[in-house]
Design a protein around this ligand. Structure first.
Ligand code: AFP
Length: 341
């Protein structure tokens, strides 16, 4: 390997080059999406830096606490939200923003308004920050119907209407996984260049996996199909090997592993939470969009996840997503339940 030549490589496929290439397939495109995406990427880089130095910079702590200079310290999730809202509004390409951190949707003022609606969780898995577990940002992008008259209905749309979705994982490396509706690609941040480089082109999830991922502590409250499915994972009756259990409790990390290695991630309904825990707009939809684009499936227990029509911006839904064959099995169990078998 010629390391010297490698050090001078400038022909790398950066995320900007990748999106510009995609854009060139649409001659009518005005470059708005590329600009929007570059602002999302900027937000991800900023949050990545903040997450990496969280321990050092004493960024961890309760929002409202003060540091030695008497300045108010922000919790990382509060900081990340501000970073993304500012980056998205300043792109001049957004119209409505829905963030996990904000109770109400933000309607961008007319002078800064564009055609895109962005739904996002700026720092998902934030309860894991203090122990250094991988966490991430999740986002989905819709197009507004009429940018002169944006309404909440522009974001209360089924996930299949998303134009793009992705996540950025802040882990041992910073990885951004993106789909613009034509497959899934993964980019890794090269900290020396400050650029995301295409490292995982055209990700395809294995058709069947060997891993299941669920918070089994909730098992006593599960419904019958979920309980049966997990039992099958552990005690298969068809002579196959039991699946391994992996659960981090940080959706981006659990879904990232599922996407690369195959298997199933589930956050089902239970007696205590009949709608599960995860939020439709900025957790369930973007991850389901990526799974389908990678050849997998996403199911709510009742229907294809991307066909759900949310009624509220912070609505929750049960979710089963991952390898095609694994999700088929859980679908069959729910179908049997409906038939009373
Ligand atoms: P936090 O952001 O509060 O850490 O929640 C993370 C999350 O929304 C998602 O990332 C995980 O998959 C899920 O919750 C874990 O939930 P349980 O702790 O109930 O298993």
């Amino acid at each position: 390997m010629d390391h010297e030549a490698d050090a001078y490589r400038t022909d790398l496929m950066t995320i900007t080059r990748f999106v510009l290439n995609e854009q060139s397939k649409y001659p009518e495109s005005r470059g708005d999406f590329t600009i929007l995406l570059s602002h999302i990427v900027l937000g991800c880089k900023f949050v990545c830096t903040a997450v990496n130095k969280a321990g050092l910079a004493k960024l961890i702590g309760l929002a409202g606490e003060t540091n030695v200079q008497g300045e108010e310290q922000k919790k990382l999730d509060v900081l990340s939200n501000e970073v993304f809202v500012k980056a998205l509004v300043s792109s001049g390409r957004t119209c409505i923003l829905v963030s996990e951190e904000d109770e109400e949707a933000t309607f961008v003022e007319r002078s800064k308004r564009g055609r895109y609606c962005v739904v996002f969780d700026p720092l998902d898995g934030s309860s894991n920050i203090d122990c250094g577990v991988s966490i991430g940002t999740i986002f989905g992008i819709y197009m507004v119907k009429d940018d002169h008259d944006p309404t909440l209905d522009d974001v209360l749309q089924p996930g299949k209407h998303m134009l793009a979705a992705g996540y950025c994982m802040y882990g041992s490396s910073c990885t951004l996984v993106l789909s613009t509706g034509e497959g899934v690609n993964g980019f890794t941040l090269d900290p020396s260049l400050g650029e995301f480089i295409l490292t995982h082109p055209d990700i395809k999830i294995p058709k069947k996996g060997k891993i299941y991922s669920v918070n089994e502590g909730n098992a006593k409250n599960w419904d019958a199909p979920t309980a049966k499915y997990v039992e099958k994972c552990k005690f298969p009756k068809d002579g196959s090997s039991p699946k391994s259990l992996r659960y981090i409790g940080s959706m981006v990390a659990d879904v990232h592993r599922t996407l690369l290695y195959g298997g199933i991630f589930l956050y089902p309904a239970d007696k205590k939470s009949p709608n599960g825990k995860l939020r439709v707009l900025y957790e369930v939809f973007p991850m389901s969009f990526l799974m389908e684009q990678a050849g997998g499936q996403a199911f709510t227990g009742k229907q294809r996840a991307l066909e759900l029509i949310p009624k509220k911006i912070h609505e929750r839904s049960p979710i089963f997503l991952g390898s095609y064959d694994d999700v088929e099995e859980i679908k069959a169990l729910y179908a049997a339940e409906v038939k009373g078998e």
